[in-house]
Design a protein around this ligand. Structure first.
Ligand code: ATP
Ligand code: ATP
Ligand code: MG
Ligand code: MG
Lengths: 261, 261
């Protein structure tokens, strides 16, 4: 997640989910953004008669029927634009921040990986995503404005842990550099800043202890921006392009780390 | 405004405001995003003792004291991260969508141009921005996912007009292409799509009748991403770079159109 807009959250989440599924892992992708871009990216007809995450937040028990297959080994809980109303509709409910977790607990055992694409905010939707998750990956564009939001993002993760009562239930696993252009001084400085920050946190008792900036970065590559218009993942659209190679490698690293955990 | 994240809203708003101010126009910039990036971009110490737009939404009469000078001819109503709580805090107020308009009406006559930077969502903050505005400019990255949100954005503008009772109070003036790379097929197709769409709307009775895609686009240019880290506008940081030339030209076009209106 990342409250900064346009840093590659959806592109990373969808293609990472696809890469893990292609490697034979069973994956659930949850689209928690009212823009429904993850749903669109996979070419799934949003709201075409089946239930979406909007319905599930209102009735967590409906989750089993709302999950639909998108690719082999890859299932999706779709979004729809009505989801934008959920924060105000659920404002008075005492369990408004843990609805998704309640729902996910009913199906979690069916999947090895559950990836959640969040909207660009720290509102009720993103907080539901954090409460339901075990690990946080932060897609990041190595620019100054995107870097600024990091402290607020980390503070929010800490608050979610405190609210949950278990201090280490949610951890920040790392930053994924997206749309990366390593040739500029700016991006190099931002990456160096991030590396230094995580280095210093290595021994601290914080949710981002042991987090790191994943290598290789996902390079800027127009094919990653083209494939959603065909409802395809990068592996279906341009399997040998730099974007596909970077994301496949990222998926391999994440799967290996998870297996060793 | 544009609910899609990372399409250049803040960069365009701040530098357009600066260009208009440098041309001798009196400008007010309102930062309506809890990320407070427009405030940061101008190097203003957010929340350093003075009131912000968060306070103004809670007490519209406090606006006069909250506006502070940022540059010659350029004043700002700052944001702060607490603003993220405003949508839920104001949820029960009958006038929650027109608070900013109520406030702005008290100071509007002091400025020739008022530019509002909105967050990446269609929530209460953006709706306040739309209710307070006369014209909408849509910063846009010429990619597929950014194009998808257009219909929802235009629908929202129509709804704001219906709620205000005056059908033509808010109009969509045009799209500003940001981070533009005209060399790819994808961006050319997206721009052609937008041109066609606005061409067909020329005679329709809709808020975007007569809207167009502004030329020249603002080209991708790393200096535009560097200048916020120094709290400078592009004109202070790299006045002859392509980004500065594109934004200065855009400001000239907008000012001329406004004068002829
Ligand atoms: N590596 C890449 N190279 C080129 N374009 C990319 C890359 N990754 C993403 N994009 C494009 O950049 C834009 C932003 O990416 P994306 O929509 O995934 O970000 P996001 O963080 O999900 O945005 P939002 O905050 O609106 O949810 C999209 O148009 C996408 O197609
Ligand atoms: N023309 C440009 N060339 C290169 N980089 C740019 C350009 N315009 C903006 N940027 C950079 O791209 C990123 C996104 O721009 P910006 O933050 O202005 O978008 P936004 O729509 O305001 O994002 P958000 O949705 O988070 O509010 C920033 O890091 C900014 O510095
Ligand atoms: Mg997204
Ligand atoms: Mg912004």
């Amino acid at each position: 997640m990342n409250q900064k807009g346009g840093v590659g959250k959806t592109t990373t989440t969808v293609n990472l989910a696809a890469a893990l599924a292609r490697a034979g892992r069973s994956v659930l992708l949850i689209d928690l953004d009212p823009q429904a871009h993850a749903t669109l990216h996979l070419g799934v007809e949003a709201g075409a008669g089946h239930a979406t995450v909007y319905d599930v937040l209102h009735d967590p028990d409906s989750i089993a029927g709302a999950i639909i297959p998108a690719r082999e080994n890859l299932n999706i809980l779709c979004s729809e634009t009505d989801l934008a109303a959920a924060p105000s509709e659920l404002a008075a409910s005492h369990d408004r921040l843990t609805r998704l977790r309640l729902a996910l607990d009913q199906v979690r055992s069916r999947f090895e990986f559950v990836l959640i694409d969040c909207p660009p905010s720290l509102d009720l939707l993103t907080l539901n995503g954090l409460a339901a998750a075990r690990e946080v990956f932060v897609p990041m564009l190595a620019h100054f404005l995107a870097l600024q939001g990091m402290s607020k993002l980390l503070e929010t993760v800490q608050r979610v842990n405190q609210a949950a009562g278990a201090a280490d239930s949610l951890r920040v696993t790392g930053v994924i550099l997206a749309m990366h252009d390593g040739s500029t001084t700016l991006t190099r400085e931002v990456v160096a800043d991030l590396d230094r920050f995580f280095e210093q946190a290595r021994e601290q008792d914080v949710p981002w202890r042991g987090a790191r900036v994943y290598r290789p970065p996902v390079r800027r590559n127009i094919k990653l921006a083209e494939c959603p218009s065909f409802g395809k993942t990068i592996f279906e659209y341009a399997p040998t392009c730099p974007g596909a190679l970077d994301l496949a490698q990222l998926a391999e690293t994440i799967a290996r780390e998870w297996d060793e955990f």
